[in-house]
Design a protein around this ligand. Structure first.
Ligand SMILES: [Zn+2]
Length: 198
């Protein structure tokens, strides 16, 4: 059994809602929490230990990204997975992305498994991949990816700024499929690297 830290992006409607859909009013912070809670339930059912960096709809202290990374590091997480929704000024922008910190790390192994599971669950959705380094994840020095000790990835599930995808993000069944895909990606990762079995 492994210790997985799930990080629902943004702090809540008042403190930091993240992106907001111009079509549905749906807030990124709320979607991220809903899906994170589902991921937790699937991983717990698979025998893993799971902590969320934010468990309430509004949790102002989580507006500090250092709070999130320290939370994960202090707990001794074996993995860190952050969940977000994307947004762009061009309404046609769509698809999902999985991000890691620059360079080849265990985070890339994790991100690849997660990307493949999301693509497998949603063959009709566009995976915004960057194969320039041989794997599909994109890379950036996002704070939560750089300052977590555990292998980490950040998932942009879909675009709230895209009308079709903002409706998908609001759909409970779609959220559940996304959560199961993410959980499968995580368990695939432990299948490859070998989980701590005590
Ligand atoms: Zn975000």
């Amino acid at each position: 059994m492994a210790k997985v830290c799930i990080d629902p992006g943004h702090a809540g409607p008042t403190t930091d809602p993240g992106a907001v859909s111009p079509y549905t009013g749906l807030r990124e912070a709320d979607v991220a929490l809903s899906v994170s809670l589902l991921v937790r339930s699937y991983l717990c059912a698979a025998g893993h230990e799971v902590c969320l960096t934010r468990t309430e709809l509004e949790q102002p202290e989580t507006d500090d990204l250092g709070y999130r990374t320290q939370f994960s590091n202090d707990w001794g997480a074996d993995l860190f997975v952050s969940l977000h929704c994307n947004s762009a000024t061009i309404p046609s922008a769509h698809g999902f992305e999985v991000w890691t910190s620059p360079g080849q790390t265990q985070g890339d192994v994790l991100a690849t498994r997660v990307f493949e599971q999301i693509q497998g669950e949603f063959p009709d959705r566009y995976g915004r991949a960057d194969y320039s380094d041989g794997d599909p994840d994109k890379e950036s020095k996002f704070y939560v990816l750089v300052y977590t000790k555990a292998p980490a990835c950040l998932i942009e599930m879909a675009f709230l700024s895209n009308e079709e995808e903002s409706c998908l993000l609001a759909d409970a069944a779609w959220q559940d499929r996304m959560a199961r895909a993410v959980a499968r990606g995580i368990t695939d990762y432990f299948g490859i690297v070998g989980g701590d079995t005590d």
